[in-house]
Design a protein. Structure first.
Length: 82
């Protein structure tokens, strides 16, 4: 029984660390998205490269958000078993 408690604590610690990393990555991607959008206001030229970069960042932000939600669900599940 005690090993199960320690395994859940270790799992919860890993979840917290992963959430921290994902929140930091999300901040970086969000800053890059805001930077590209602000450049569009000053530059009326919409290049194909910029469209592709913006779409890649949107997709990355989406999957980061999905991962954050999944980890929060894991955290809740893990919290029930401690």
């Amino acid at each position: 029984m005690w090993s199960e408690d320690w395994a859940n604590r270790a799992w919860m610690t890993g979840i917290i660390m992963d959430l921290y990393v994902l929140f930091r990555r999300r901040e970086g991607v969000g800053a890059n998205l805001r930077g590209i959008r602000s450049q569009e206001k000053f530059l009326d030229v919409e290049t194909e490269e910029r469209k592709i970069a913006l779409e890649k960042m949107r997709v990355e932000a989406y999957w980061i958000d999905v991962s954050i939600v999944k980890l929060l669900a894991d955290f809740g599940f893990c919290g029930l078993h401690i």
